[in-house]
Design a protein around this ligand. Sequence first.
Ligand SMILES: [Zn+2]
Length: 678
Amino acid sequence: MNFPRRGIAEDDSSAGASLYHGSRWLLESKILSNKRKLVSSRKGALKMKLSRILGVVCAFFFILFSALSSWSATAPTLTIFIDATSAPRKIFHAKLKIPASAGDLTLYYPKWIPGEHAPDGPVIDLAGLKFTASGKTLKWRHDLLDNFTIHVEVPAGETEINADLDFLSPATLEAGFSAGSSATDKMALISWNQVLLYPKGWKADEITYVATLKIPSNWKFGTALPIASATADQPNGETQIRFQPAPLTTLVDSPVITGEFLKVVKLAENPLVEMDIAADSAAALEPPEEVWDHYKSLVEQANRLFGAHHYRDYHFLYSLSDHVAHFGLEHHESDDSRVDERGLIDDMARKSEASLLPHEYVHSWNGKYRRPADLTTPDYQQPMQDDLLWVYEGLTNYLGTVLTARSGLLTPEEAREDLALTAADLDHTPGRAWRDLQDTTDAAAELYFSPRSWESWRRSTDFYDEGTLDWLWADVIIRQQSKGKKTLDDFCHLFHGAPNTGPMVKTYTFDDVVNVLNQIVPYDWRGFWTERLTNHGPGAPLGGIEGSGWKVAYDEFPSEMARVEEGRDRLIDGAYSIGLKLHEDGTITDTIEGMPAAIAGIGPGMKLIAVNGHKFSVEVLREALKAGATSTAPLELLVENTDYYKTYKLDYHGGERYPHLVRDESKPDLLSMIYQAK
Ligand SMILES: [Zn+2]
């Protein structure tokens, strides 16, 4: 199979790859200059003689160099065998055969994980490393400047070495992305980047892997990686899956979901789109029938939004478990999305994660097919630059929320309530005074791993939620400027759409985004985005909400989506009243600078013990806030801080406050049009 990856082919900046290509280009330019010398020496017999000698010499070197060049241009093919039968013990064994020649063989463990936008490859969990050739154990050592690089001493005469390694998956529940908890007694996620090494000097597109995977007996599996054969006749009833040879890029981009309770639901044909869902129980796989209809509608609506697709087929790999890390990671032809065990069957849980699969699915177009040039690296060691994540993640987040509404995964009212929470949260982020949106992307590799404490002052990966508000604003501007003739859907058609292709990368820059927006409707898009990326507020960018005919307003009644969010995070959101976010056990996760709790002296990490002398509970706090609205007495919070207790007095009388969107009848209701199924 051929995988034209234009973007990657254009961008050759890996240290290993450029070193290799540099020397090859040097040889070829010498050959060309020698040929030129040959032509210019035909004027005299003497010169002719000389030229013959030169010709012979050149021919000799040409043949030599060609041989060297074609030898060095043959990209390696590795075989890899993964034994996942010990997944419930949370250990995975791998055996690789790697072409080699005498001397130093430099191998890499993937460091920068695509979609995670950070150098978070779990190298600390690599164990049991052993290299052999012809039955002899080889010496190896980590590179002193980079723990992801391993040097192996290959003896003379060897053309291939064997590598054995184990991947130690987190043994207790660990949050995070693909390196977080990934295996339970009943299911596992296999991310190939965690169980392999690859040789230096080649792009990930150039190295071929012939992979085989063995899974526990009676477990089923799902993956987008093309399969050669699957046999269930292994000893102990295990299944062995042989995959078609695939480039390293495709392998790393195609995780495998496997488990005892695994359900496959077909969502579309031509091309095939299916959900491969593994759960910790059979019951978790049986949601109301209409859930599947919404996901079928998601596929339909996404394809109408973009007008074309860029996968051969697509697999939603969906994990339902309380014992795996919860996140979503995009791939070109699949996604690795993980939620609670009851994430499909529980109504509240389903609402809380409604936009997860739409978001990851959108990434097949926005992030995988169209990718910022700065994020398009030839291998997994070259650092990625995150400065365009406001498009990669921000636009994806906006389109994800739009498709969530269009597919019926949330009702239009729920989608608006969700948007109100996004706007209110960003409107209570004083950190924008010092850190602009651009800097949240520039610092993303660290911000992804920042704690929730001080989040409102540090800021976090706000380009997701702020991206939603900003791209809504762009959508509204397109609709206003074109008098309703054009929408952001037209931008998506042009930027992400036809023709249908298999997986490939088409890179873009800031200028490309501005240019395509201008092709949809002429406007000062450069000025618009520059302002959005560099302004310091105050307050969230609400131009999109207000331009679409709605306003953010607060009252004492939490919306359904506010309750869903509080339930999911086990948090009490007092951000909009006293500027306090706390866990349901009273632990304060954040205080918002400039608001009553922070002014009184309370900070994150402290613990709320009592409210107005009454032992803290969620209800006690809510009732005290309510009572305070009709009283002049201060709100008294008894707080524990590093083994000391202190009562803080807050002069607050605003009651409980929760955000909503309310209609502004002076403007057309563009938001409802945006949320309408196409
Ligand atoms: Zn994303």
